[in-house]
Design a protein around this ligand. Structure first.
Ligand code: 6PG
Length: 250
C-alpha cells in the first residue's frame, strides 16, 4: 500500500473544534472500514489531548453514528501502571468513552503493563494485536485508524528520543524505559505505525508550537524526530489548534 499522499494539515480554532473535527473523521473512517471490511480496528492515543475527542464520541451526536458492534479498540501505548491508575491511558479512555458506548467487551484490548513483567507484557500485547487485528501480507496488523499525539520532544506513542525502541523493526510491541520520566512504557513500534491505513495526529496548545514548527518546517541537518521516522504507507492527517500552529510558516 504505497503512500501516495502527503500529510494533510488541518488547523482548527481551538481544542473543541479540533476534537469535533476528529470525531467526524472517526465516524467517516469507521463507516468506510465497516463498508469495506465489516469492522473498524482503531488504536487509541493516550495523554490528555484526546480526552475531549473520546468524550464527544460517547455523546449521541457521534455515538449514534458509530456501529459499535463492529468497533475493535486497541492502544498505541501504555504506561507501566495498573489499569485503574490515574495515569493509565486505558482508564482515561474507559472513563471518557468505553464505559458509555455499546462496544462488546471482548473487542476492547487494553495493554497490561507492569514494571516487573514489562518484556512479557509487551510480547503478550503483540500476540493480542496479531490475533485480533487484520494482518497484511507480512503478518503485521493494518489498523484502520491510529490516533496519535506528539510530545514537546517529538515523541509519539512511546517512541521517545534516544531510546532503543526507535531501532526496533522486528517486535510489533516493545517495552521502553524513558530515562527522563524514570519509568517503563509499552508501545507499538514503527512497523505497526507505518502500516496503518490512517494516522491521525491531534495536537493542541502553545507548548506544542515549537515542535510543530519543526515538524512542518524546512528540512534541517538535525536528527529526525521520532515522529519524523514514521514511514507511513497510508494517509496521515494532522489536526492542530491555532496555538500549536502559531510558529508554522505559511
Ligand atoms: C502517552 C501518549 C503520548 C502522548 C503525547 C502527547 O501515553 O502519553 O501516547 O505519546 O500522545 O505525550 O500527550 P498530550 O496529549 O497529553 O500532550
Amino acid at each position: 500500500m504505497p503512500n501516495t499522499s502527503a500529510p494533510v494539515l488541518h488547523v482548527h480554532s481551538d481544542l473543541e473544534q479540533l476534537s469535533r473535527a476528529c470525531a467526524a473523521r472517526w465516524v467517516a473512517l469507521c463507516d468506510r472500514a465497516i463498508a469495506e471490511r465489516q469492522a473498524f480496528h482503531v488504536a487509541l492515543a493516550g495523554g490528555s489531548t484526546p480526552r475531549r475527542l473520546y468524550t464527544l464520541l460517547a455523546e449521541e451526536e457521534f455515538s449514534g453514528r458509530t456501529d459499535w458492534s463492529r468497533v475493535h479498540v486497541y492502544f498505541g501505548d501504555e504506561r507501566s501502571v495498573p489499569p485503574d491508575h490515574p495515569d493509565s491511558n486505558y482508564r482515561m479512555a474507559r472513563e471518557q468513552l468505553l464505559d458509555h458506548v455499546p462496544i462488546p467487551a471482548e473487542q476492547i484490548h487494553p495493554i497490561l503493563a507492569a514494571p516487573e513483567s514489562i518484556e512479557q507484557d509487551a510480547a503478550s500485547y503483540a500476540k493480542v494485536i496479531r490475533c485480533n487485528a487484520p494482518l497484511g501480507p507480512e503478518g503485521i496488523p493494518h489498523f484502520d485508524l491510529m490516533l496519535l499525539g506528539i510530545g514537546p520532544d517529538g515523541h509519539t506513542a512511546s517512541l521517545f528520543p534516544d531510546t532503543d525502541i526507535l531501532e526496533q523493526r522486528t517486535l510489533l510491541v516493545a517495552p521502553v524505559y524513558v530515562e527522563r520520566m524514570k519509568t517503563w512504557r509499552v508501545s507499538m513500534t514503527y512497523p505497526v505505525l507505518d502500516r496503518a491505513r490512517c494516522l491521525l495526529f491531534q495536537v493542541a496548545g502553545a507548548e506544542k508550537a515549537q515542535i510543530i514548527a519543526r515538524v512542518f518546517g524546512p528540512p534541517t541537518d538535525q536528527a529526525p524526530l521520532p515522529v519524523q521516522r514514521i514511514h507511513p504507507e497510508g494517509a496521515v492527517e494532522w489536526h492542530i489548534d491555532r496555538a500549536a500552529a502559531a510558529q508554522v510558516q505559511p
